[in-house]
Design a protein around this ligand. Structure first.
Ligand code: ADP
Ligand code: ZN
Length: 707
């Protein structure tokens, strides 16, 4: 059977090998056994029932809770030449009859439908008269009342066991915890199911968590390296979503807002655009995500802290389903902690429930302040042990410095205590640094013994310290008031000098920039042009067929085309993701692009426009050159021109040290009247500043003095 499965994998799906447990699962279900499949997002769950569906006689019935998801799968199968339909409420009675007729004639291989539709007596009776190949129950955790996605309709799926005794059933989910697992088995009567548990690690995701300083600037810095990539930016509030979506658009990053406060049609429209277009950024609350199957989401950025590691794992997990490099990035600060603690405190529910939530938040905070490998910590929370540090998270790559914060921490605690346990971090830092301002004076706090005791640390270091004290629960936040800090019981041993405290040293954003993470290196500079041409063709075909681009070919397949440069259709057939049907439909067109016949070059005005946006987003000339695949010299020339036309300021174009800039300006402004030519001052700066930089400075002076 495995041979036959392998053939289907290659011929229909175009893939060479099964991943992880896929082969074993397919063998089990293909031969009529039940299976419970726990596999992370992107692990390849769909093939686990699609291949057995093709192996077995009869109709495969797939239960899924989301219409968008079903439509996506049907479109994908359609492109592969597999006949599949989704039943949903938008179909007319006539269309229904037509589908039923085609099913009876065995013309349809896979039927997707929502659970409530499947369990209708008429539907069950209809299916009982047919030959059913298998039942696949996707998102099976929806049967669990403990999870967040509980769907009462799922409870009724248990009856399938009795009604269809000989038909194999496969339940699939990306939710791993023990309790959910047992509930699935029990409620769906899967006592005889073989269990397939995969690692929940997402090795292609690079994790990074940074202290929140200036979130807008930090986000732009992160995005600058990921221009043209699709991603999700999560914010807590609707207002923040709207603000950031507008801000990113202004900065030249195509971004759309998504939250529950938007009209339904608009939300649906934005979601559709996100799926169908490339390189869009969705700025969203957590209302966005469930059922987003887009495989090439290249990053997930959090501007606010999720309230648990379960949520963090799920949200970041939407990046990189296609297995290509992807980033999970988060900026996190004291305000997040205060806000979430306040929410928790004001939430409904009994004490026990609150304690559970508190515990979850603490685990999330611990990950933020983690000094060891983030991936090890994350997986450990889900009871999975990763033997070695991953080498693919910020802590592994940048290293974490810790410092002995025992003494400063005691000073901080003392400042809280002596000022009456009611002030926020800002004021406490003022006291420690000995700032003699109005508020301090008004309260007489300049007389406190701790006043000015903390001058050995900088303000940012104090803030980092306070944040970590709160995150570790050594200090409590006044939850009803204005974020005043109080001592908690657990700080006493520290205060009494019985324990010491090691804290994480925050990497200042001014420190040398850490190496760009994996996602931005997907396509190298010289490949960019061909890559864009391949994507343009894919976009065009997708529009013609009315499907999202990744349904035509996933990024991984395009990337392999780019790298292996197939020269013929038979070369093309070797590429992973190119099955027989797609080869026939699209092979030739993609070959032609690769051979340069159909490449569309960028027009000079497009190039300028892009250059300006990139410079405004804070990219250096070298980065811009790489991004636009042109020479650095060319970039400088265009920058000087843009400065002259007042499309860019000098600061936006170049990052020159203050004193050097002053010196250059002086050199130009030395004489009377006209500015000297670059060649006249070049010698003075030989070996220090390139002529190209001088052109830019000169252009800025020209604008400034209207010369
Ligand atoms: P899940 O439902 O578990 O999140 P999918 O079934 O959507 O994952 O698969 C994720 C991606 O991996 C899809 O683009 C799919 O085509 C691809 N994929 C799955 N199995 C294989 C395989 N054996 N070889 C290559 N690509 C695969
Ligand atoms: Zn790591």
């Amino acid at each position: 059977m495995l041979d036959q499965a392998q053939r289907i994998l290659k011929d229909v799906f175009g893939y060479d090998a099964f991943r992880g447990n896929q082969g074993a699962i397919i063998e089990r279900v293909g031969s009529g056994g039940d299976a419970l499949v726990l596999m992370p997002t992107g692990g390849g769950k769909s093939l686990c029932y699609q291949v057995p569906a093709l192996l077995r006689e009869g109709l495969a019935v797939v239960v899924s809770p989301l219409i968008a998801l079903m439509d996506d799968q049907v479109a994908t199968l359609d492109e592969l030449g597999v006949s599949a339909v989704a039943l949903n409420s938008t179909l007319s009675a006539d269309e229904h009859r037509d589908i039923a007729e085609r099913i009876r004639r065995n013309e349809i291989k896979m039927l997707y439908l929502a659970p409530e539709r499947l369990v209708q007596p008429r539907m069950l009776a209809f299916l009982q008269r047919l030959d059913v190949a298998l039942f696949a129950i996707d998102e099976a955790h929806c049967v669990s009342q403990w999870g967040h996605d509980f769907r009462p309709e799922y409870m009724q799926l248990g009856q399938l066991a009795e009604l269809f005794p000989g038909v194999p059933r496969i339940a699939l989910t990306a939710t791993a915890d023990m309790r959910t697992r047992e509930e699935i088995v029990q409620r769906l009567h899967l006592e005889n199911a073989e269990r397939f548990l995969s690692s929940f690690d997402r090795p292609n995701i690079f994790y990074r968590i940074v202290p929140k300083e200036q979130p807008r600037k930090q986000l732009l810095g992160f995005l600058a390296e990921r221009r043209g990539d699709a991603g999700i930016v999560y914010c807590m509030s609707r207002k923040k979503v709207d603000d950031f979506a507008a801000f990113l658009s202004e900065q030249g990053f195509p971004a759309l807002p998504y939250h529950a406060g938007l009209p339904n049609e608009l939300r649906a429209y934005h979601q559709k655009r996100f799926l169908n277009e490339e390189g869009l950024i969705m700025v969203a609350t957590i209302a966005f995500g469930m059922g987003i199957d887009k495989p090439n989401v290249r990053f997930v950025a959090h501007l606010d802290l999720p309230k648990s590691l379960e949520a963090y794992y799920q949200e970041t997990g939407r990046a990189g389903r296609d297995g290509l490099p992807a980033d999970a990035w988060m900026a996190y600060g004291l305000q997040d902690v205060i806000f979430l603690k306040q929410m928790l405190n004001n939430s409904e529910g009994d004490e026990r429930h609150k304690r559970v939530e508190q515990h979850k938040l603490d685990a999330m905070l611990a990950l933020c302040e983690e000094t060891r490998c983030r991936r090890q910590a994350l997986l450990a929370y889900f009871d999975e042990e990763l033997p070695n540090p991953c080498g693919h998270c910020d802590n592994c790559v940048d290293g974490v410095q810790t410092w002995d914060a025992t003494e400063p921490a005691r000073q901080a605690l003392s400042a809280i205590y002596r000022s009456g346990q009611r002030y926020g971090v800002g004021h406490l830092v003022d006291i420690l640094l000995g700032r003699d301002n109005e508020k301090v004076r008004g309260l007489g706090h300049q007389h406190l013994s701790v006043f000015g005791m903390g001058k050995t640390l900088a303000e940012a270091e104090w803030r980092s310290l306070f944040r970590q004290l709160v995150a570790r629960g050594l200090v409590d936040v006044d939850l009803d008031g204005f974020g005043g800090l109080r001592l908690s019981d657990s700080c006493r041993p520290l205060l009494r000098g019985e324990v010491s405290l090691e804290l994480r040293r925050d990497l200042s954003s001014k420190a040398p920039k850490p190496a760009a993470s994996a996602a931005s290196q997907l396509v190298r500079g010289e490949e960019r042009e061909t890559w864009e041409a391949l994507r343009t063709l894919r976009r065009k075909l997708a529009e013609e067929h009315g499907v999202p681009p990744y349904v035509i070919f996933p990024d991984a397949t395009l990337l392999e085309m780019l790298r292996s440069q197939p020269a013929s259709l038979s070369d093309m057939a070797m590429i992973s993701g190119v099955g027989a049907r797609k080869l026939e439909r699209y092979g030739q067109a993609f070959l032609e692009v690769l051979q340069g016949v159909a490449t569309v070059a960028k027009s000079p005005s497009d190039l300028r426009h892009e250059l300006i946006t990139l410079a405004r987003a804070g990219m250096t000339p070298a980065q811009i050159a790489r991004q636009l695949a042109c020479s650095e010299k060319n970039v400088y020339a265009m920058l000087a021109e843009a400065i002259g036309l007042q499309q860019l300021s000098l600061e936006q174009a170049l990052d020159l040290p203050e004193d050097l800039l002053g010196e250059i300006q002086e050199a130009f402004l030395d004489g009377e009247g006209e500015l000297p030519a670059v060649s006249a001052v070049a010698e003075q700066f030989a070996g220090r500043v390139s002529e190209q930089v001088l052109y830019c400075v000169r252009a800025a002076l020209q604008v400034e003095f209207e010369l």
